[in-house]
Write a protein that binds this ligand. Structure first.
Ligand code: AMP
Length: 375
């Protein structure tokens, strides 16, 4: 097993990693960091939970900290494009943490937040910019971001960006980047659209594919209960109370369901909050922080809002409804059992969802016995 000290990172970054309590690199870090430090392009097929953020942020920090040239106003050195504001914020936070002591300017720009402050920071030039596609395009159109000095590009969760309809925005940005740059592409899956982008931007990339889904969830106990749809809320309430659950993410299908369940839990004295795409930015950040602090015990979420969220130490994940896209089952349960800890993933299956659950299991190679029926 490799050690962080063997990967070629600078002492400052190694210190920041050990301060975070990381003792050993994950697979993607052990293979990806040396390749990026050598200047290679990278194609990584991997998911949230693999340690991908540190795999791209630490070598990029190392490389750009060695560059002495001064940035012009509104110019940036490295660009990370991520699908959601939550992910963008987390990536920015990782760059800040791992880059402590390097004094590199870092900024995240995303929709729903005030442009004025972002523009003030951009005016000084930014070493690491993390952006969602829409806001990035806006700022480029406003002449507040120029890409001609970019030396490093990361596309994070590329498949998700295409799923969310950002293809045109990505093309707009990619066309404006200089020819000579190092590109890193991360994607959980490789649909055709991602392949096309990979072929366009990557130059003889080092390819890493992290073991398929199944093997990654060894630390997670997966269970399922047969529960009629209208009884699910009370079944959950009883579970939360009986077990004194302090940290659970509950996935629902729609925004209105999220609101309804949040209300129901609160009315029954459970500390619950919800995140979904209709909540404004400040509310989402606030709720997420409260949950991470432990002030809230239940986070009710829709798939879009939760994708890519780095929430540590979640003991339980509950599929109140099954995800509409099968791959989201994997993303959801990946919220628990991180960093070698054990986690529990539970699914409430209504009679009408039984066949669909069988299909999910078949596709993902799972073998989960459905308990119930419940009274
Ligand atoms: P990511 O795949 O980047 O979303 O990271 C998943 C989680 O693993 C995050 O909570 C990281 O803080 C954590 N993590 C990343 N690298 C390591 C490591 N080498 N050792 C332990 N935890 C890690």
């Amino acid at each position: 097993m490799a050690e962080f000290t063997q990967l070629g990172l600078s002492q400052t970054i190694e210190d920041a990693l050990s301060k975070k309590g990381y003792t050993q690199p994950t697979l993607i870090q052990a293979e990806g960091i040396p390749a990026v430090l050598e200047g290679k392009d990278l194609l990584a097929i991997s998911q949230t939970g693999s340690g991908k953020t540190a795999a791209f942020s630490t070598p990029i920090l190392d490389l750009i900290s060695k560059s002495k040239s001064k940035l012009k106003p509104y110019h940036i050195r490295s660009l990370v494009i991520a699908p959601t504001r939550e992910l963008a914020m987390q990536v920015e936070e990782s760059f800040k943490e791992y880059g402590k002591g390097l004094a590199l300017s870092t900024l995240a720009v995303y929709g729903g937040s005030a442009k004025k402050l972002q523009v003030q920071k951009l005016a000084k030039g930014v070493q690491v910019l993390v952006a969602t596609p829409g806001r990035l395009v806006d700022l480029i159109r406003d002449d507040k971001i120029f890409l001609d000095e970019v030396t490093h590009l990361v596309l994070d969760e590329a498949d998700r960006m295409l799923d969310m309809g950002f293809k045109d925005d990505l093309e707009f940005v990619l066309k404006r980047l200089p020819e000579n740059k190092q590109c890193l592409l991360f994607s959980a899956t490789m649909p055709k659209g991602v392949e096309v982008i990979a072929n366009t931007i990557l130059n003889n990339p080092h390819r890493i594919e992290i073991a398929p889904v199944k093997a990654k969830h060894e630390g997670i106990r997966q269970m399922a209960y047969l529960v009629e749809e209208e009884k699910k809320a009370d079944f959950l309430l009883k579970f939360l109370k009986d077990r004194h659950i302090k940290s659970i993410i509950v996935f629902v299908k729609t925004k209105s369901q999220a609101n309804k369940l949040e209300r129901h839990l609160k009315a029954n004295h459970i500390k619950a909050c919800a995140i979904h795409s209709d909540r404004d930015q400040r509310q989402r950040i606030y709720n997420l922080k409260e949950f991470q602090k432990g002030s809230m015990h239940v986070l009710v979420a829709t798939d879009i809002a939760a994708r890519g969220l780095d929430i540590d130490g979640v003991g339980y994940v509950l599929n109140f409804n099954l995800p509409q896209q099968i791959e989201n089952y994997t993303h959801r349960i990946g919220r628990t059992g991180r960093g070698g800890r054990r986690g529990i993933a539970i699914s409430y299956i209504s009679p009408s969802e039984e066949n669909y659950f069988k299909r999910i299991q078949k596709e993902l190679g799972l073998d989960i016995h459905i308990k119930g029926p419940t009274k």
